[in-house]
Design a protein around this ligand. Structure first.
Ligand SMILES: [Fe+2]
Length: 266
């Protein structure tokens, strides 16, 4: 949700169908086929199971009603078409109503490997597989309800917990560390980096620590938090998260593990 973007959502017709150009469909195909290879052995089983349920098309951008049918059957979640940028009130209102916002634009080839704005590939490929999973669905719904009721200051803390779970979460499994965060799994570079880089900290998920850890949206993450079981998302959701936010506010933020933006070479 940056302040400006060159991208605009493609409109839907009266039946909710979005028209995509041949080039946009081709970009989807190139993105999904490349990423399906990269996530093999790297995405967690829960994510892979969700992908199977969604059975996403390869040769065209999926329509939202196709996603809704699968999500509705499994968790009651839906996706909702939004303009490219929405404010936090709109975002939390949607999540609190089990609606996941999806902007109907897709990245251009210039931004093929990375873009800050969440495009339809990020939202659908990155997030929708796990919206079929009850623990993830419950966590995301709870986050929406808390965010809707929270002050602007508290939302900034909540956003960190979301960042280190829904977007950039890792999971310990018997086979090794796996990824469940959609921000990682929709990025080929970060899918490899998050698991294999020696220059990152992978720490056991502790919600108070996550609430206190600053992040930047425009770099590969220097810190990831790892769950020990996927069902831990249920337990996290049912903790008194706002009490943890209050504790985090008293203790303050940790020093960032990255350079401030204006001190980096561009
Ligand atoms: Fe996201």
């Amino acid at each position: 949700m940056s302040k400006s973007t060159k991208y605009v959502s493609n409109p839907a017709d009266e039946n909710g169908i979005v028209s995509w150009t041949e080039e946009e469909n081709k970009i989807w195909q190139d993105l999904i086929e490349r990423q399906l290879e990269v996530i093999k052995g790297r995405a967690c089983d829960e994510f892979m199971h969700g992908l199977e349920l969604l059975d996403l098309p390869h040769n065209r951008v999926p329509q939202l009603h196709e996603i809704n049918q699968v999500l509705g059957e499994h968790t009651g979640w839906q996706v909702e078409q939004v303009p490219s940028l929405i404010n936090f009130d709109a975002f939390f209102t949607l999540l609190a109503n089990k609606k996941f916002p999806v902007a109907t634009f897709i990245r251009s080839r210039d931004d093929f490997d990375y873009l800050q704005e969440p495009d339809i590939f990020h939202e659908i490929f990155g997030h929708c597989p796990l919206l079929t999973n009850p623990a993830f669905a419950h966590f995301t719904h709870t986050y929406g309800k808390l965010g809707l009721a929270a002050s602007k200051e508290d939302r900034a803390y909540l956003a960190r917990l979301y960042w280190f779970t829904v977007e950039f979460g890792l999971l310990n499994t018997a086979e090794g560390t796996r990824i469940y965060g959609g921000g990682i799994l929709s990025s080929p570079g970060e899918t490899v980096y998050a698991l294999e880089s020696d220059n990152v900290i992978r720490q056991t998920m502790n919600p108070l620590e996550a609430l206190r850890t600053p992040y930047r949206i425009d770099i590969m993450q220097p810190v990831y938090f790892t769950l020990n079981r996927f069902e831990q998302l249920f337990e996290l959701a049912d903790m008194d998260i706002m009490a943890l936010v209050n504790t985090a506010k008293k203790l303050g933020l940790h020093a960032p593990k990255f350079a401030p933006k204006n001190q980096l070479a561009s």
